[in-house]
Design a protein around this ligand. Sequence first.
Ligand code: IMP
Ligand code: MG
Length: 183
Amino acid sequence: MINDLMNDVSRVLCTQQQLKAEVKRLGIEISRDYEGRQPILVSVLKGAFVFMADLVREITVPCTIDFMSVSSYGSSTESSGRVKIIKDLDTNIENRDVIIVEDILDSGVTLSKLIELLKSRNPSSLAVCTLFDKPDRRKAYVAVDYRGITVPDEFVVGYGLDYDEKYRNLPDLCVLKPEIYTK
Ligand code: IMP
Ligand code: MG
């Protein structure tokens, strides 16, 4: 099955071994910075679910997790930090140390709005951790506290990231053949 999916891929960008090492590095950094605290990791569904699962196992301080599902709301000219919440957090984050866990930072539009929304709930602190960063396509500024791997401006899948809900189960981060999404 995985071999069938690999037919749609032009090349492997990061192997599972590289990803494991990178996630470990991020976990060590977070564990060091949050010594003595109990952060809550907030992940945006669905793409970050694999990263979240691996990252928590590299974090050595006590932490909790929660999930959110959002979609951009209104036109791009809208200046208010509004996102449409499909699934909200179960946890009250007031006075909590929150770390947003993202799969890939692309235009930054969704994440910048989500940051505004979560800040309005008065957490003690709010940090952003993204495994992949595609800086060429940034439209909205996002301050990143923990950054994994910078990727070129190509469509990538695997390790939780999808195209049309497929390829999330590929263990490596792969570049999708353009003919797959242009046909
Ligand atoms: P943006 O930063 O608001 O543009 O949205 C980022 C989201 O778009 C990510 O969390 C992913 O879900 C999705 N995304 C962006 N680039 C890619 C990609 O190359 N492959 C798969 N999903 C992507
Ligand atoms: Mg995402």
